[in-house]
Design a protein around this ligand. Structure first.
Ligand code: ZN
Length: 384
């Protein structure tokens, strides 16, 4: 922790002090602002001067406080202050026994910056978020090194990140934030599309000091050409029969396909398309997309298809969901899927919840044909 309390109840910070001043701090009795237990000053030649509990402690302020976390917290704090934003380091919320990394005040509203470097379960993240929100403070999570996205515009997906995806209704976009404190590099992931264990997003990397606070919330669309190029590779993998990893969802799915004399190789190209908000559900989207496609296939041409009916047949696949820490309205993935089917010419939209089938679903005969169909379909989508 970067703050301690002395025996007069005064707040002590050490990170910005000279060696002489550090000695003065060291000679006082020091306590943890959270649990009131005794803490000591830790100041070496390379570490950021900070405080630590004397004895082994379960205190929440002790958790996940490595060097990268301390540095990141300070970097972000200075970065906010430099922009004239009111910020306070390590703000305690005693009534809920929580401490916020950085509390900021913007236009008479409060926000909490939580810089998360260590592993955290989504349950714990949810609990801490709800605690912060209960104090009328808007929580913003920034994830550290361990969560950092790879070079290939891919995010290694886990439930913690999926829970934390922020949706900004004003710009109609999803966001996630990352900061690598050792490289002083900030990353903004926007327009996030999920496929199983990974996510494709528009990733904007920049040195922290070149970014402004408002840059975090800017509209940054993922170019469709990048999305579909990456998606084509994913579809190829989906079609191939050699699966390295078969989840419990896949096992049941492949069995079901088998009974229908189908295989991922022979499925129409309109199955397994990228849809919005898929990160909120655990069942892979190609499973419910297959059900929707089969329903459309069985519907006579030029007949009506309603959103209500699509909801009903796909409902059970949306049962296993991931709670988001940001409540609010969002577009249902199955509705987004119907909109894609309109774009590629299978459906015509008549009203908000009514559609009409206008083209028969085509099942490819060979893998080669299937891959060719996939490419044509993605190219068609790209034109929109
Ligand atoms: Zn403590």
């Amino acid at each position: 922790m970067l703050k301690a309390i002395n025996d007069k109840g005064e707040e002590m910070v050490a990170y910005n002090k000279s060696p002489v001043q550090l000695e003065i701090i060291r000679q006082q009795p020091l306590y943890c602002p959270e649990c009131q237990c005794e803490v000591i000053l830790k100041a070496g030649a390379v570490t950021i001067p900070h405080f630590a509990h004397v004895t082994h402690s379960n205190c929440s302020s002790q958790k996940g406080e490595g060097e990268a976390h301390l540095k990141g917290k300070l970097d972000l704090y200075h970065w906010l202050r430099k922009q004239g934003i009111q910020a306070k380091l390590e703000h305690s919320l005693p009534s809920i026994q929580q401490r916020i990394d950085i509390l900021i005040k913007l236009n008479r509203k409060y926000a909490a910056i939580e810089y998360q470097c260590s592993p955290i379960s989504h349950e714990e993240l949810m609990k801490r978020t709800l605690g912060i929100a209960s104090k009328n403070i808007f929580p913003i999570w920034i994830f550290g090194d361990r969560y950092y996205p790879s070079k290939h515009a891919m995010i290694k997906w886990n439930t913690t990140l999926r829970t934390s995806v922020m949706y900004l209704p004003k710009i109609k976009q999803t966001k996630l934030f990352f900061y690598d404190s050792m490289k002083a590099r900030f990353s903004i992931a926007s327009d996030i599309y999920t496929h199983k264990s990974k996510a494709i997003a528009q990733l904007h990397h920049d040195a922290l000091n070149r970014l402004k606070w408002k840059d975090l919330f800017q509209h940054r669309p993922l170019p469709q050409s990048i999305l579909f190029k990456k998606w084509y590779i994913e579809k190829k993998y989906f079609r191939s029969s050699s699966r390295r990893f078969v989840s419990k969802y896949d096992e049941a799915y492949l069995k079901e396909l088998y009974y229908l004399h189908l295989h991922p190789q022979s499925l129409p190209s309109c199955v397994h398309l990228p849809v919005k908000n898929a990160h909120r559900y655990l069942t892979p989207h190609y499973i419910w997309q297959t059900q929707v496609m089969l329903y459309i296939h069985q519907t006579p041409i030029y007949s009506k298809i309603t959103w209500h009916e699509i909801r009903r047949i796909s409902q059970k696949y949306f049962y296993h969901h991931i709670d988001s820490i940001y409540p609010g309205e969002f577009l249902h993935p199955a509705y987004d899927y119907l909109k894609l089917l309109v774009k590629i010419g299978y459906l015509e939209q008549l009203g908000y919840s009514t559609f009409k089938k206008v083209k028969e679903v085509y099942f490819p005969n060979t893998l080669d044909e299937a891959l060719k169909e996939d490419q044509l379909l993605l190219e068609k989508l790209l034109k929109f």
